[in-house]
Design a protein around this ligand. Structure first.
Ligand code: SF4
Ligand code: SF4
Length: 357
């Protein structure tokens, strides 16, 4: 069985990442940003007028509706826009029976799965992944007691995603984010009812990919996203940060790093070619939107965002082209279980994937 080394951090370089350095935020304040002043839907109207397939008024309407829950839940909106750090205040003191991390983790996983999460993990909260500042640049300090995270995955509809980079794929993304929002809000409410602090979040508060890795939900990939076991990259991540005692889940062991070293499919299919073709992760960064100090493949996210603006919506080409993003059939289950154990057949699997897809 392979051993897992999720990521290597250079302590002389690494600092906590300020959320205001993400591209969406830099488009508002960073005059040196290649897409300063541009939003990803600025070209939507002209795309609709041209009546292009996948860019119709109906496509945009459905996509907007898909995002609506994510964008409008009031408490989350405060967090998303960088308002005051909001928490669900505990409604009572925790019962003694709640001190058992294993019992808490099992209960909360069952509950989150009942709400629609495909997979749920629990982990100690590594403060490296908590944003140093929110999107408005305000320092983000969690209560010292909040040192655990519940992390969950919501799958995206792979048929809709296959339309990428057209608008129906963006609707699949929005639907999954909306579901993440409702699950994180409900899980946080439940945790608070049991007597603990709970900070619900989707992309706010902390970097979701390393948190999901810590919670044993997958591994990082060449394009910077998470590869999960069953759904590959076709997932979105939600989380709740809390002081509830929770158990540490073991790391996932999927063989993604070795597979990515040979694969490079996402880099080939990326329209602006902003994903690295290097065999091994170099740690080379491109702008302040990359957080340096981690041995991984960094993506030129500035030019990714610029492509989204030109495209009139977001893009999921790297997600859909990934050989790990496949329906959960017996043949893909078999391939995944072999890749987990050995890298010897990776070349064969890659050739088969190219032949069939
Ligand atoms: S989202 Fe699209 S543009 Fe951005 S890295 Fe992935 S494939 Fe490239
Ligand atoms: S497409 Fe290939 S290189 Fe890209 S993330 Fe998936 S496995 Fe890795």
């Amino acid at each position: 069985m392979r051993t897992v080394d999720p990521y290597v951090v250079d302590r002389d370089v690494f600092k906590r990442f300020p959320q205001k350095n993400i591209c969406f935020s830099r488009a508002r304040w960073d005059k040196d940003f290649i897409a300063y002043g541009r939003g990803i839907y600025d070209r939507a109207e002209s795309k609709m007028e041209r009546g292009l397939k996948g860019y119709t008024r109906e496509d945009y309407a459905a996509m907007s509706a898909a995002w609506s829950v994510h964008d409008t839940l009031p408490r989350s909106r405060g967090l998303r826009l960088g308002g005051s750090l909001s928490t669900f205040t505990p409604v009572s003191k925790p019962a003694e029976s709640q001190a058992d991390p294993k019992k808490n983790s099992e209960f909360i996983k069952r509950f989150a799965k009942g709400l629609g999460a495909a997979d749920v993990g629990t982990t100690s909260l590594n403060l490296d992944w908590v944003y140093s500042h929110d999107v408005e640049g305000n320092p983000l300090d969690l209560k010292e007691s909040v040192r655990h995270a519940i992390v969950f995955l919501v799958p995206m509809d792979q048929k809709m995603l296959a339309e990428s980079p057209r608008v129906p794929a963006s609707a699949a993304v929005g639907l999954a984010y909306s579901k993440c929002r409702t699950i994180s809000e409900s899980v946080a409410r439940c945790v608070a009812q049991l007597g603990y602090e709970a900070y619900p979040a989707v992309n706010e508060l902390a970097l979701s990919v390393p948190l999901a890795i810590d919670a044993g939900l997958g591994e990082f990939a060449r394009n910077g996203l998470l590869v999960s076991d069953v759904h590959g990259m076709a997932v979105r991540i939600g989380k709740v940060l809390t002081d509830m005692p929770l158990q540490q889940d073991p790391p996932a062991n999927l063989g993604v790093r070795e597979f990515c070293a040979r694969c490079k499919r996402c880099a080939e299919k990326c329209p602006p070619k902003v994903i690295s073709f290097d065999d091994e992760p170099s740690g080379k960064t491109f702008s302040v939107s990359n957080n340096p100090g981690i041995t991984k493949w960094y993506v030129n996210v500035d030019r990714c965002y610029e492509f989204w603006c030109n495209n009139g919506t977001d893009c999921s080409n790297c997600v859909t082209s990934c050989p790990f993003t496949k329906p959960d059939t017996w043949s893909h289950r078999l391939a995944r279980s072999i890749i987990r154990r050995t890298a010897l057949l990776n070349g064969l699997f890659l050739r088969l994937d190219r032949f069939y897809h």
